[in-house]
Write a protein that binds this ligand. Structure first.
Ligand code: XIL
Length: 352
């Protein structure tokens, strides 16, 4: 009997402890001051120009909350060089002017990728030397145009496959593995002050991919190839990767000694594309996941905290529903620009 009571007490104590750990996070917290004012490192978002231009509430929140901007699409090759040799900088310059006017840093994204390439690049025919000249011309025209005005560039995006091999992009096919090194060298020559990043996704979920990428980074460091940071995209969901996997990834990344950018953070609550309602339970779980990501990042040495960028401002402008064709709620603000528990959790952790 005494033993039973002991068990009960133990259970009760565990229950209390469990519930105190899982304390509810409110969704009602003040938006002022903004996140950036509370943070020692830049906190930013990927900007969607349609929202910036046409949605005053989006613009107001962006301006109030964030200190760094990544163009969501308009710096990609299909936008900047739509026809061979014809560069289009009007929109990009407009974003840069906005950033300068409002004291925001700009993170360039991205010079080389396998997606959002103009058709002519995909169809390009030529010798390896001509391919290299084409790659060089794109990189140096673009980086040169913004010289001295951007904080950094994602030079190569998503270069690896999940098994750690190099992705078979047009760049790899025509120039071999050294296209990555070439891209970094050409970018550095065009703007020696811009920090140059290698950016990829699933690095917490996929240790093989992570090892391959980090080995390449170490090789660059040994050989003096100009690389200055690594981008961990962090398109994650409530359960995957696990907290432990995220922690391991950040620990591994810190060992490289380079600035770490959580470059495209969003936390999907519906990765399996079910019919869902975004209820309080999901909101709380999302807030806890976000809290884990932020607290793990806060343990990274300050000198390596390049910043955290959310891939969008609110559940209204997130890329996930339209890109993947599913209902989702992955960001800090809801579709009416109201704060979500994840936002309040960020505030609490930035300002303990
Ligand atoms: C996405 C944009 O947000 C979408 O609007 C576009 O349709 C596709 O690209 N990884 C990246 C980003 O590096 O550039 C992608 O952005 C999201 C995945």
């Amino acid at each position: 009997m005494l033993k039973m009571r002991g068990f009960h007490i133990l259970f009760f104590a565990l229950f209390i402890c469990f519930s105190c750990h899982q304390e509810e996070v409110s969704s009602n917290c003040t938006t002022s001051p903004g996140l950036q004012e509370l943070s020692s490192f830049p906190i930013g978002i990927a900007v969607d120009m349609d929202f910036l231009d046409f949605d005053p509430e989006y613009e107001r929140l962006l301006n109030q909350q964030f200190g760094q901007l990544t163009p969501g699409n308009i710096f990609k090759p299909s936008n900047l060089q739509p026809a061979e040799g014809q560069f289009y900088f009007d929109e990009a310059d407009r974003l840069l002017a906005y950033a300068d006017l409002n004291g925001k840093a700009l993170h360039g994204h991205t010079l080389l990728w396998h997606q959002q390439l103009p058709q002519w690049m995909e169809d390009f025919e030529g010798s390896p030397a001509e391919w290299e000249a084409m790659l060089k011309n794109h990189i140096q025209s673009v980086v040169g145009h913004f010289k001295g005005r951007l904080r950094a560039w994602d030079v190569v995006n998503e270069a690896f496959d999940e098994d750690g091999s190099l992705r078979e992009t047009i760049w790899k096919q025509h120039l071999g593995a050294s296209y990555i090194e070439k891209a970094f060298r050409y970018a550095h020559a065009a703007d020696p002050d811009a920090l140059l990043f290698l950016n990829d996704y699933n690095l917490a979920l996929s240790p093989r991919k992570r090892r391959a990428m980090f080995d390449l980074v170490k090789d660059f460091q040994r050989r003096g190839v100009p690389i200055h940071g690594i981008g961990l995209q962090m398109h994650i969901s409530l359960s995957f990767p696990s907290d432990a996997e995220i922690g391991d990834c950040l620990k591994d990344a810190s060992q490289l000694g380079l600035p770490i950018h959580l470059s495209e953070l969003d936390i999907s609550v519906n990765p399996l594309a079910r019919n869902i309602t975004f209820d309080e339970n999901l909101a709380q779980r999302q807030a806890r996941k976000g809290a884990y990501v932020l607290s793990a990042y806060q343990k990274v040495p300050a000198a390596l905290q390049y910043g955290i960028t959310f891939w969008g401002l609110s559940d209204r402008d997130s890329w996930i529903p339209s890109y993947f064709g599913r209902d989702d709620y992955p960001l800090l603000f809801d579709r009416d620009y109201q704060t979500k528990p994840m936002y309040c959790q960020f505030k609490a952790l930035l300002n303990p």
